[in-house]
Design a protein around this ligand. Structure first.
Ligand code: F6P
Length: 542
């Protein structure tokens, strides 16, 4: 196991040496670290100086990455090898954002030709819808797009559409329906008009219970309004790998946008799953988004490990996860448009690295993927930051910021920036009881000495600060790809397959088994608690 390797053991020893070291001291003895632990990737500036690291830490972490053969696994991914071992698939979301005139052969087939064909089809379609040439059944222009999908077929398009919403023209709005709770589809349908709504049914498998139920509800709502099945052809398109299921649903092949089994659901926003993004922002911007991701792919593919940003971020995460016992990692964008960013990477990271079996089929003897969470700043400051500042847990976090405001109003952007800077500094430096006492004395408000303890902060909370000039399609693409590759590197070091998701199957199977018990009012659940809950449900429903 990787935990038996020499670099891992060396890191464990080094961790003991670092036990009493505070970020304050690290900056005091080495102020240059702010510059040394900073990288610029085009328009993205990353400062990882506020971490419990020294040059030695980094050296050991990169040795661990070498030991785990990160460069070799990375090269296999880019070459289209079947590194998704449990599903026997290649992992090629990187191909979706590659220049289409550079061939990439997988099993003798140039996948780039297929990618180019679908991109061209997306362009024709989105141009026609946005220009009002593609019309509804009754001849009305499309004004509402409703993406019906869940997981990767929802979170990616939703996050990116939200992040780039300022590029959406006012005559088109975009909605996302995911939950099997009928409140989701019902409240969305209440906001749109059947004459001018386009449904994008997004599902890799086209068998997902939630998506199929919502799509069926939308279809009968639409047909009910138009009084003609033929309306479906003008108001429904599908994005899927499963042409047969799409046809059975009643959507014409001409209205289907294909992708392939080598695109994982949570890595699929770059494929035709991004159709709702392209409808919102236009295909030129969508291609900028792909280009940004490709720039990060090239960086990840070619930069030496110490300069390689996804590798650096991944190894910092491993440092806290495996050597300091951190259980979670927070993502905190100081940007309202990025408010879905953490939710997106909850799936991206936790469905990828929430695994306990190695690629060789053994149970790991170390922790794997952390809990990912987060909300935008400054809102988080008035909610969970208290625990980060004075609670008992170690919480490494990423802070993201755009240097330019999208909507300059008074001093609000300066306030945002000041808060961003203040929080990362406060988390790192903290405030000692002596400093707190000095403050109490200066304020002279009669507070006793015991208040010094309440008003002190341990600090030493590690943060990465990421600043871009502006979150536009290119930088958003770069950032997402940076996190994707970070997740990849961590999965390689932990020796797990980041590209399957067997953990979601058991619950799905049980739900299928319980559905007839719920609907027919007959039959019983086997599990005593489930059975009791069913009885309570039946009684409460009345
Ligand atoms: O429940 C897990 C999952 O398979 C995700 O990996 C995926 O993104 C989501 O369901 C949706 O799947 P599909 O796109 O096939 O509907």
């Amino acid at each position: 196991m990787i935990s038996d390797s020499l670099p891992w053991q060396a890191l464990a020893d080094h961790r003991s040496d670092m036990a009493g070291v505070h970020l304050r001291d690290l900056f005091r003895v080495d102020p240059e670290r702010a510059e040394r632990y900073t990288r610029n990737l085009g328009r993205i500036h990353v400062d990882f100086s506020k971490h419990r690291i020294t040059d030695e830490t980094l050296e050991l972490l990169f040795r661990l990455a070498e030991e785990a053969e990160v460069p070799a696994w990375r090269d296999q991914m880019f070459a289209g090898k079947r590194i998704n071992l449990t599903e026997g698939r290649s992992v090629l979301h990187v191909a979706l954002r590659r220049p289409t005139d550079e061939p990439l052969l997988v099993d003798g087939v140039d996948v780039m030709t297929e990618v180019a064909t679908v991109l061209a089809k997306m362009r024709r379609f989105t141009d026609a819808v946005r220009a009002g040439e593609w019309r509804g059944f009754g001849g009305e222009q499309i004004r509402h797009v409703v993406n019906i999908g869940i997981g990767g077929s929802d979170l990616g398009p939703q996050m990116v559409t939200t992040a780039l919403d300022w590029l959406r023209p006012p005559h088109i709005d975009v909605h996302f329906v995911s939950n099997v709770d009928s409140a989701d589809i019902a409240t969305t349908l209440a906001q749109v008009n059947p004459a001018s709504t386009l449904f994008v049914v997004a599902s890799k498998t086209f068998t997902t219970q939630e998506t199929m139920a919502n799509a069926a509800a939308a279809r009968s709502w639409l047909v009910g309004h138009h009084g003609d099945d033929a309306a479906v052809a003008r108001h429904f398109v599908a994005v899927s790998t499963n042409g047969q299921a799409v046809a059975e649903f009643g959507i014409d092949q001409a209205n289907m946008f294909e992708f392939w089994d080598w695109v994982g659901g949570r890595y699929s926003v770059w494929s035709a799953i991004g159709l709702s993004v392209a409808l919102a922002i236009g295909m030129d911007h969508f291609e900028d988004f792909l280009a940004g991701a490709h720039a990060m792919d090239e960086h990840f593919r070619t930069a030496p490990l110490p300069e390689n940003m996804p590798v650096v971020l991944a190894m910092l995460g491993i440092w806290y996860n495996n050597f300091w016992g951190a259980e979670t990692h927070a993502i905190i964008p100081y940007d309202h448009y990025l408010r879905r960013f953490a939710a997106y990477f909850q799936q991206g990271d936790m469905e990828s690295n929430g695994k306990r079996i190695t690629r060789e089929g053994e149970t790991v003897e170390y922790e794997t993927g952390p809990v990912i969470w987060g909300e935008p700043g400054t809102n988080g400051q008035h909610a969970f930051f208290q625990l980060m500042h004075q609670g008992t847990r170690l919480i490494p976090s990423d802070f993201l910021l755009a240097a330019r405001p999208r909507h300059p109003i008074g001093e609000q952007h300066s306030m945002l920036v000041a808060n961003f800077l203040a929080q990362t500094e406060a988390l790192a430096e903290g405030r000692t009881p002596e400093e707190a006492w000095a403050l109490i004395e200066t304020e002279g408000d009669g507070q006793g000495a015991s208040m010094a303890a309440h008003r002190s902060y341990p600090g030493n909370q590690p943060t990465t600060s990421i600043i871009v000039d502006t979150f536009d399609p290119f930088t958003v693409g770069q950032l997402i790809a940076m996190y994707e590759h970070k997740i990849f590197v961590q999965g390689v070091v932990w020796d797990i397959n980041s590209f399957d998701q067997w953990g979601v199957e058991l619950g799905k199977q049980l739900a299928n088994r319980l559905l007839p018990v719920v609907t027919s009012e007959s039959g019983e659940a086997v599990h005593p608690s489930t059975s009791g809950l069913l009885t309570a449900f039946r009684e409460l429903r009345g």
